[in-house]
Design a protein around this ligand. Structure first.
Ligand SMILES: *[C@@H]1O[C@H](CO)[C@@H](O)[C@H](O)[C@H]1NC(C)=O
Ligand SMILES: *[C@@H]1O[C@H](CO)[C@@H](O)[C@H](O)[C@H]1NC(C)=O
Ligand SMILES: *[C@@H]1O[C@H](CO)[C@@H](O)[C@H](O)[C@H]1NC(C)=O
Ligand SMILES: *[C@@H]1O[C@H](CO)[C@@H](O)[C@H](O)[C@H]1NC(C)=O
Length: 388
């Protein structure tokens, strides 16, 4: 890691540590009579400026953000709900760094303990039950941020330090030779589509909900999103735009390529594959990077296929409103950038267009029009990166 990045990371964490552990109290900002009024204005006014800045928009324009479809969401309570636990906040690192630091064994031990006692199966089932709520709309990033935080708390209660992430962009140009897909980490693929070695091999692990061997389906020539393509999504100043680019792009391709046509990662029960958690942790890191680039980003999530999301929406089954986990500080998580000396970017710098995410997009019920647009954007961005 660059020194400046390291310093920024430390600063970010120590700054966060200095913040009050409880989220900003919102009760006092809202009179009872106002809270019952179904108006976007009321909802905007109840947003603490520290958490959901609307300062980029003049007040008159703020109201126009809410299309008519919002009335239902806005009638939800604007205070209350659970906050996320904020003890033991530990910067999440790339999994190769975790191993080098000596924290991998504790992570795997905790993970397997959650498999044995049925906790992991409950996350898989939860992911399926929340499918329509949590995918292909503005809930995608906040939902998964809370999902991962809850899972990380469970890991920590079994001795893990934190949930690591997988920087799949580093392996994007040479997936077959990724260290992540060896016995050292998540196992080598056998010719029958099961895993042949390591802690998640056919003999060592079966999927929490159905007790079957883990299956994957990547093959020679498959490519994932290289970092410059992810950066293009981060550069999108609109939350909805960025979220859609990431969900249908980088996120979908990793699911689709790791899972193949019908492997564990390509279906709704994808948390059966431990890579799900590390992949989504990287997606959350990308969301964090976007928030760093758009400080005080307004809670703007209209123009997304299924309509607008408000800060007050509750993420089930944890009863956590989105407003209590919008930023990494509120979610009480943190990130350290990948150290280029530990997480080596494969390839010679040539970027190829990401592989087609059809398998996952089909199984997931994605909007084909949006999928095509995002895939086309990635191909165009590859050309742009080449010209630069
Ligand atoms: C099961 O996991 C252990 C520990 O990671 C490893 O030593 C062993 O080789 C694995 N078994 C198989 C069949 O891969
Ligand atoms: C880089 O690798 C790609 C194949 O992955 C190859 O087509 C290209 O010619 C290489 N470029 C250089 C500059 O070596
Ligand atoms: C993606 O791959 C599938 C199956 O391999 C193929 O049928 C489809 O045409 C491809 N789509 C695009 C946009 O390349
Ligand atoms: C898919 O997305 C496009 C573009 O946002 C939209 O016009 C279309 O109605 C959506 N289709 C479905 C079935 O939701």
């Amino acid at each position: 890691m660059h020194l400046t990045q390291a310093l920024l990371g430390i600063l970010a964490l120590s700054f966060a540590a200095a913040l009050p552990q409880e989220p900003v109290e919102t009760e006092t900002t809202l009179l009872p009579s106002e809270s019952s009024t179904v108006q976007s204005q009321t909802s905007q006014a109840s947003i603490p400026p520290e958490t959901f800045s609307t300062s980029t928009l003049p007040p008159s324009e703020t109201n126009t953000l809410a299309p008519s479809t919002t009335s239902e969401a806005i009638s939800e309570p604007t205070t209350g709900g659970e906050t996320l636990r904020c003890s033991g906040r530990t910067a999440r690192k790339e999994v190769r760094q975790m191993k080098q630091d000596g924290d991998w064994d504790a992570f795997i031990g905790a993970y397997m303990s959650l498999v044995s006692d049925g906790t992991l199966a409950s996350y898989v089932n939860q992911h399926v039950q929340s499918w329509g709520f949590a995918h292909f709309n503005a809930h995608f990033l906040p939902y998964h941020r809370i999902f991962l935080k809850k899972f990380e708390e469970d890991l920590q209660s079994r001795g893990a330090r934190y949930l690591p992430y997988w920087d799949s962009s580093a392996d994007s140009q040479d997936l077959l030779n990724s260290q992540i897909l060896t016995a050292e980490f998540f196992g080598k693929l056998a010719s029958d589509g099961t895993i042949q070695d390591g802690p998640f091999s056919r003999g060592n692990y079966s999927t929490p909900v159905d007790g079957l061997p883990l299956t994957r389906g990547y093959k020679e020539g498959d490519t994932l999103y290289a970092f410059p393509l992810i950066q293009n999504a981060i550069n999108n100043p609109s939350f909805s735009g960025m979220s859609e680019d990431i969900e249908y792009g980088q996120h979908a391709v990793v699911h689709s390529i790791i899972g193949g046509a019908s492997g564990s990662m390509s279906v709704q029960t994808s948390p059966n594959d431990p890579l799900f958690f590390l992949h989504h942790c990287y997606v959350d890191y990308i969301f964090y990077k976007w928030q760093l680039q758009n400080p005080g980003s307004p809670f703007e999530a209209d123009n997304y296929n299924l309509g607008r999301m408000t800060p007050n929406e509750i993420i089930a089954p944890w009863n956590v409103p989105v407003r209590n986990a919008w930023t990494v500080d509120q979610a009480c998580v943190g990130y350290e950038d990948p150290d280029p000396n530990v997480v080596k970017v494969a390839g010679n710098g040539t970027i190829r267009p990401p592989s087609n995410a059809t398998a996952w997009l089909n199984n997931a019920g994605a909007n084909k029009t949006v999928a095509k647009t995002v895939a086309k954007k990635a191909t165009e961005n590859v050309k742009k990166v080449k010209e630069d």
